[in-house]
Write a protein that binds this ligand. Structure first.
Ligand code: GLA
Length: 605
């Protein structure tokens, strides 16, 4: 056998460079970790005894507008994979196009939904054409990094958990062909959970399984399906993700290590999902809908071996101990922890109401009927992807507003800019106060995150997706403002002279500005906003993500590399209840926790 042969699956174990090889992998998403910390996290991965990095590729970030591609800076996939190689790691690439991953629309760009007939994850021509254009750009970026070209990528995954979706028999062969026809020759894999395995996979591609426990004889099941093939747990769930309004999920270290240890003893390959979760910065977190819509939080700590801020947890140390038994040489030293600081509390200095900020948004779009955010004529006709959309019209009397489940996902309702109540995916009716003459009705609608898992992907249009009635009358004549709060908008806000200093005159929704002075080199920190309601935080223009008093997340990770020595601008966009203070902490507190074993959907795991 040749030494230059890549990963092969020709018998019950993998071979790499002609030698038996076991994948001991871990997932870290470059798009969830500040670039300045990629190296630290990958060094910690190596020091834990892992040999392979796996990462998804988020199409929505790489192609934010149709035909406009970005593989730079935080999205420099080539640099990330090259760094992994330099640090002695192999790489398994999971390019989707759908990735799930608790990421808005499972990583699919929202502009796909401008087509009202769109059928995501099928061979519907509009989807196929978009995937082809994307792969035309993506594959040339990664091809030079393949094993056959001297790079670290030893395998590529075809789609993700398609067995759980399985809407179109032609689709998986299409995705496989997308890779092969563009010259990908490395080993191809599919990845499915226990249930999905039945319908998952595609001809000539190695099946792998995703799980957390070894119940249901899951691994035997895989072995029976695929005799004389290497066994691999592609996603060994080291913890779990959190949704708003429920407890923080934990998976106890001892329970986890016992399963990992058994997997290793059986000679099975493994990838820890996540090894380090990081953060779904901005408005990127998704939602789960298994009957009830549940948006996910910003933190992707995942109770993983490395915490959100990159700390080595007890799980990490137990795993390192375990993996060290599978190495003949001593493992590399664990890099020192990254310093963090609890900066002094800062006070709000200025504020700007949402209504005043509209001057800095794009001109409103006038439409007789409401238009969902994806179909607004903004962002070079790619629509609005994320954030808030404000719909305004005129009403002449009170009575009851009926949203008929057309609000996605949550609307604060105002009459003459006074807050009167909230409509969301559960509450579809609201009584408006009586009043005289023409009054402005405003609905500030938040996209709380598109579903990333489940059958309802095609129904993830956001904003107002149908008519709103006032009693029996359909409301018409809307002015629609796109408030995606992208960096350009935040910059325009910063430079405006509209900010006011008297906090007593402040109103919500609004923007609240504070200055954080950093002495010496900036350090990581966590922001907390006790006394505030719900919103998002921007530091030096970077959107850190959402906060919400209902938790479970109460601390937003602020990476040191995004701060500078001296003055830093902190802007809080608050929907309903502002406070005067912003606090900083060295560590987050997770509040009430629940063991993943106790979750109702645990049978999936
Ligand atoms: C699945 C998906 C991942 C992720 C996990 C849950 O296995 O493949 O992208 O969503 O579930 O964290």
């Amino acid at each position: 056998m040749s030494g230059s042969e890549g990963l092969r699956a020709n018998s019950s174990h993998f071979t790499l460079e002609g030698q038996p090889f076991r994948i001991q992998g871990g997932s870290i998403h470059y798009f969830r970790v500040p670039r300045a910390y990629w190296e630290d996290r990958l060094l910690k991965m190596r020091a834990c005894g892992l040999n392979t990095l796996t990462t998804f590729v988020p199409w929505n970030l790489h192609e934010p507008e149709r035909g406009l591609f970005n593989f730079q800076d935080q999205l420099d996939l080539k640099a990330y994979v090259t760094l992994a190689a330099d640090l002695g790691l192999w790489v398994i690439l999971r390019p989707g196009p759908y990735i799930c991953a608790e990421w808005d629309l499972g990583g699919l760009p929202s502009w796909l939904l401008r087509d009202k007939d769109m059928q995501l994850r099928t061979t519907y021509p509009g989807f196929v054409d978009a995937v082809n254009l994307y792969f035309d750009k993506l594959i040339p970026v990664v091809k030079p990094l393949m094993f056959e070209n001297g790079g670290p990528i030893i395998a590529v995954q075809v789609e993700n958990e398609y067995g759980s979706y399985a809407k179109d028999d032609e689709y998986m062969p299409f995705v496989k062909n997308c890779l092969e026809s563009r010259g990908i020759k490395e080993l191809l894999l599919t990845s499915d959970n226990w249930e999905g395995l039945r319908y998952g996979g595609t001809e000539g591609v190695l099946k792998t399984i995703n799980l957390q426990r070894l119940s249901f004889g899951a691994i035997h099941h895989l072995a029976d399906m695929q005799p004389q093939k290497p066994l691999m747990v592609m996603e060994y769930w080291s913890g779990w993700f959190d949704v708003w309004g429920e407890h923080h999920r934990v998976f106890h270290a001892e329970d986890m290590v016992a399963v990992v240890s058994e997997i290793l003893e059986r000679g099975v390959s493994i990838n820890l999902y996540m090894f380090h979760g990081g953060t779904s910065f901005g408005f990127m977190s998704g939602a789960i809908d298994l009957g009830t819509y549940k948006p996910q939080v910003t933190s992707y700590d995942y109770d993983a071996p490395l915490s959100e801020a990159g700390d080595c947890t007890p799980k990490y140390h137990l795993l390192r101990n375990l993996f060290s038994q599978y190495h003949s040489e001593r493992l590399p030293e664990v890099p020192p922890p990254t310093e963090r600081r609890a900066y002094d509390t800062v006070l709000i200095q200025q504020h700007l109401s949402l209504w005043d900020s509209l001057l800095f948004a794009d001109k409103p779009y006038r439409s007789d009927r409401p238009v969902n955010m994806e179909n607004l004529p903004v962002n070079n006709n790619n629509g609005q992807s994320y954030g808030y959309t404000l719909y305004e019209t005129t009403v002449v009397h009170g009575e009851t507003l009926h949203s008929g489940n057309n609000i996605r996902d949550r609307a604060l309702v105002f009459v003459d800019r006074q807050y009167v109540g909230c409509l969301d995916y559960r509450t579809h009716e609201l009584v408006l106060p009586e009043g005289k003459g023409e009054r402005t009705l405003s609905l500030l609608v938040e996209n709380c995150g598109r579903v990333n898992y489940g059958k309802a992907l095609d129904e993830q249009r956001k904003g107002i997706v149908g008519d709103i009635l006032l009693n029996q009358t359909t409301l018409k004549g809307f002015n629609i403002f796109c408030l995606d709060m992208k960096p350009g908008f935040i910059r325009r806000l910063m430079n405006s002279s509209q900010w006011k200093s008297d906090f007593r005159s402040s109103s919500t929704p609004g923007f609240f500005l504070a200055i954080l002075h950093v002495d010496g080199p900036p350090r990581d920190t966590f922001i907390s906003l006790p006394g505030w309601g719900k919103g998002a935080v921007f530091v030096n223009g970077q959107n850190l993500g959402r906060y919400w008093f209902i938790g479970p997340q109460h601390y937003l990770y602020l990476p040191g590399p995004w701060l500078r020595s001296g003055e830093n601008q902190v802007i809080v966009f608050e929907e309903q209840k502002a406070d005067i203070k912003i606090l900083f902490a060295e560590n987050p507190e997770h509040g009430k926790t629940i063991d993943v074993y106790k979750l109702p959907f645990c049978s999936l795991l």
